[in-house]
Design a protein around this ligand. Structure first.
Ligand code: AMP
Length: 312
């Protein structure tokens, strides 16, 4: 397994693969690899000649406190990637990906721009924003102000920016993302359609642990009791699904029933919970068509999300 840290080293490697006519499957990650990530890597392996992953804790996607507390261990990640037969890990530095940013705090200043002007329907590339960030991608209003994106639209500008840069460097044929982060998947699918029409963005269903908690890098931070509480959110989503499948179509009624289940667990605070239409990610009073039940929540300050997709 090859490990590349410098951007300048990627082109020789990628050119060689392309010359040999090998197809490239790519899985971008923030590190803290777990079986959910491994599922994406396995898919990439099945469907491509070569599997590349990136491990890059992107400061643009976090508030400072969460960035510093993110559980990642590169030595452990290397073991997991090797075990999954990954061919190459791209592990760049922050300076490598964002050469014009002088200090890490500059990223966190960008997050004050929550109400920045956006194009309604198009991605906009800012070559350099006022904080000196090169190639900042602004996600359009109609994709970013959905679900909890309303509370932190800059998270998606950060994800779109880094994936744009990674796609340019690594030129994959197929890229794999989890349906667990349903809004990110929708945004990156659209971003690729705008700028990388040859790259296929593939959504992969959420993988859950034996107790049904969705795998997440942050799960290692949970105590047994906190983990049990976190599971109440999945139970609430499942209950919502049951109500919907048995004919309940009033969004308000289903949402309230889900909230009641979570409320019984004082360690859990709901940050955001909603039922939205799968394609547009918009909520409506009546549930119909394919839908997504989505929750973002805190368990003792640890932020987790869960997603249940229902194809009716
Ligand atoms: P992250 O490192 O958290 O950005 O995750 C990297 C990719 O793995 C993203 O596309 C996630 O949606 C995906 N992912 C995270 N958790 C899971 C999971 N439990 N099952 C499937 N995919 C996941």
């Amino acid at each position: 397994m090859k490990i590349i840290e410098y951007i300048s080293k990627t082109s020789t490697y990628i050119d060689e693969l392309k010359k040999n006519g090998q197809t490239i499957g790519f899985v971008p990650t923030l590190g803290g690899l777990h079986p959910g990530h491994q599922l994406l890597m396995q898919k990439a392996r099945e469907e491509n000649d070569i599997t590349l992953i990136s491990i890059f804790l992107n400061p643009m996607q976090f508030r400072k406190k969460q960035f510093l507390a993110y559980p990642s261990d590169f030595e452990q990640d290397k073991r997991v990637a090797k075990e999954t037969q990954v061919d190459m890990i791209f592990h760049p530095t922050v300076k490598g990906m964002f050469p014009f940013v002088e200090q890490i705090d500059d990223f966190f200043k960008c997050q004050e721009d929550e109400l920045i002007d956006r194009d309604r329907a198009h991605f906009v590339i800012e070559t350099k924003d006022k904080n000196g960030i090169d190639n900042l991608i602004r996600v359009p209003t109609n994709l970013v102000y959905r679900l909890d994106g309303t509370m932190h639209p800059w998270v998606f500008d950060g994800a779109a920016t880094i994936v744009y840069k990674l796609f340019k460097l690594l030129q994959p044929h197929n890229a794999y993302f989890g349906e667990k982060d349903i809004q990110q998947l929708a945004i990156l699918t659209n971003m690729a359609a705008s700028y990388f029409p040859d790259i296929k963005v593939m959504g992969v269903p959420t993988l859950r642990d034996a107790d049904q908690l969705a795998f997440s890098s942050r799960n290692v931070l949970l105590s047994a009791e906190q983990r049990q509480s976190a599971l109440s959110v999945y139970h609430a989503l499942q209950h919502g699904e049951k109500l919907i499948r048995s004919g309940e179509s009033d969004t308000h009624i289903v949402l309230n029933a889900m909230k009641e289940i979570i409320k019984a667990h004082p360690l859990v605070q709901i940050d955001y919970i909603d039922i939205v239409e799968k394609r547009s990610l918009q909520s409506s009073k009546q549930i119909k068509g394919d839908i997504v039940l989505y929750a973002a929540f805190f368990v003792k300050g640890i932020r987790l999300t869960d997603t249940l997709i229902i194809d009716l």
